[in-house]
Ligand binder design. Structure first.
Ligand code: SAM
Length: 283
């Protein structure tokens, strides 16, 4: 038992601190500082460069909402691209869809994957060994600019727009995402907590609306992403996909036979009902 506290230092002038009952691993990679520790409430917590990446206790909310919403809204997704996602939680959740034939995960830092396999097995489980999964070690922005492959859903599970993650919040990157999507495909993004990171969401949605026929966001609250509900960017050339009827979602959810702890078809539909301050923010 230590008496160390680990701060999240992502936001200027606002910090949260978590008791580190045990520090399991701490390392500085060339471009990222990684800490894994155990907290009595949230279980194992992964922090990269002072930003909470994922915790055992609440990761299900984030991973379920960034996979099942686009995949069930699309309705016939076979090929999924994950940008980032080093902890393997997004991969594990996407692979629950038996109709999905291939998931490519493009992660810039192999050490996050190796590390997560070893210390965060409760999150990634055996996702990295699934024959449908392909792991590519590369910069996501470069991958979407160059790959000849096409995908029905692109999920950006990135760090925040600092360091290597910054490029994943640029219009050039979103243009690359548009390029690799099949007609009627869907792009979703980790887009921060609008109460504290509103500028990032405004910029992302403005780019989506320049590149796609439909751009918006949807929301869910993840306890350790402090500051209120988190926004997930949404972009597609098919505006109807953001408004699938709950009865249709319910049929698809039943057919997919998913075991979820946060996602339901009703929560999916309700997640797009934006609080006034967020609707005003994105215009
Ligand atoms: N759930 C977390 C959040 O909301 O901040 C994100 C989890 S995941 C650990 C973020 C991953 O994005 C990290 O493994 C990081 O290495 C990766 N990443 C950052 N920049 C990247 C880039 N340009 N291309 C690919 N992966 C990148």
């Amino acid at each position: 038992m230590t008496d160390r506290w680990i701060d999240e230092t992502l936001h200027p002038n606002f910090r949260t601190s978590f008791h580190a009952a045990r520090v399991l691993h701490e390392e500085r990679f060339e471009n990222q500082h990684l800490v894994l520790f155990e907290n009595e409430i949230f279980g194992r917590m992964l922090v990269l460069d002072g930003a909470i990446q994922t915790t055992e206790k609440d990761e299900f909310i984030y991973h379920e909402m960034l996979t099942h919403v686009p995949i069930l809204a699309h309705g016939a997704a076979r090929r999924v691209l994950i940008i980032g996602g080093g902890d393997g939680g997004m991969l594990e959740e996407a692979l629950k869809h038996r109709a999905v034939e291939r998931v490519v995960m493009v992660e810039i830092d192999p050490s996050v994957i190796a590390f997560s396999k070893r210390h965060l097995a409760s999150i990634c489980r055996d996702a990295f060994d699934d024959p449908r999964a392909q792991i590519v070690i590369a910069d996501g922005a470069r991958f979407v600019a160059e790959t000849p492959e096409r995908f029905d859903v692109v999920i950006v599970d990135s760090t925040d727009p600092v360091g290597p993650g910054a490029v994943l919040f640029t219009e050039a990157f979103y243009r690359g995402c548009h390029r690799v999507l099949t007609p009627g495909g869907v792009l979703v993004t980790q887009n921060g907590v609008p109460f504290l990171q509103g500028d990032e969401l405004v910029a992302s949605v403005a780019s989506f609306r320049r590149l796609f026929r439909d751009g918006s966001c949807y929301m869910a609250t993840i306890p350790t992403y402090t500051g209120g509900p988190m926004a997930f960017g949404w972009a597609s050339d098919d505006p109807t996909l953001r408004r699938i009827a709950p009865t249709t979602l319910a049929e698809r959810f039943r057919a997919a036979a998913l075991d979820t702890r946060y996602y339901t078809p009703e929560v999916h539909a309700a997640a797009f009902a934006l609080p006034r301050y967020v609707a005003d923010l994105i215009g």
